[in-house]
Design a protein around this ligand. Structure first.
Ligand SMILES: [Zn+2]
Length: 111
C-alpha cells in the first residue's frame, strides 16, 4: 500500500512538472507572436476557401465565416452567459428548439 502511494506521489509530481513545462512552452509561443500570425494565416486561408474558420471541416454559411455547427455552439455559449440570474428554463427551451430545428434542417440538406 505504502509503495503504491509513493508511486502515486511520484506520478503526480511528474505530471505537475510536465504541465508546468507545457504552460511555459505555450506562454513563450504566445509571446513570440507566431501564434497570432499562424491564426491569421489559417483564418485567411479557410475564409478564401469558403470553409468554416473554426473547425475548418464544414462549409461556411453564405456570407459568414463559420459553419452552422460552430455557429450553433457559439450561440449556445453566448446564451449560456446570458442565462445567469435570468429565466433559465425559458432560455434552455428556446435553445433546444433552435438546435432541433437547425439539426433537422441540415439533416435534410445533407441527404
Ligand atoms: Zn465549423
Amino acid at each position: 500500500m505504502r509503495k503504491n502511494s509513493i508511486n502515486a506521489q511520484l506520478w503526480q509530481s511528474k505530471l505537475e512538472e510536465a504541465r508546468r513545462k507545457n504552460r511555459e512552452k505555450q506562454r513563450k509561443y504566445r509571446e513570440s507572436g507566431h501564434a497570432a500570425q499562424a491564426f491569421k494565416e489559417r483564418y485567411a486561408l479557410l475564409k478564401s476557401k469558403g470553409l468554416c474558420v473554426r473547425c475548418g471541416k464544414e462549409d461556411a454559411d453564405k456570407g459568414r465565416v463559420l459553419c452552422w455547427r460552430c455557429r450553433l455552439n457559439d450561440r449556445d455559449r453566448r446564451i449560456g452567459v446570458k442565462i445567469e440570474g435570468q429565466d433559465t428554463e425559458g432560455w434552455a427551451r428556446k435553445r433546444e428548439k433552435a438546435r432541433q430545428q437547425m439539426l433537422k434542417f441540415h439533416a435534410r440538406r445533407k441527404v
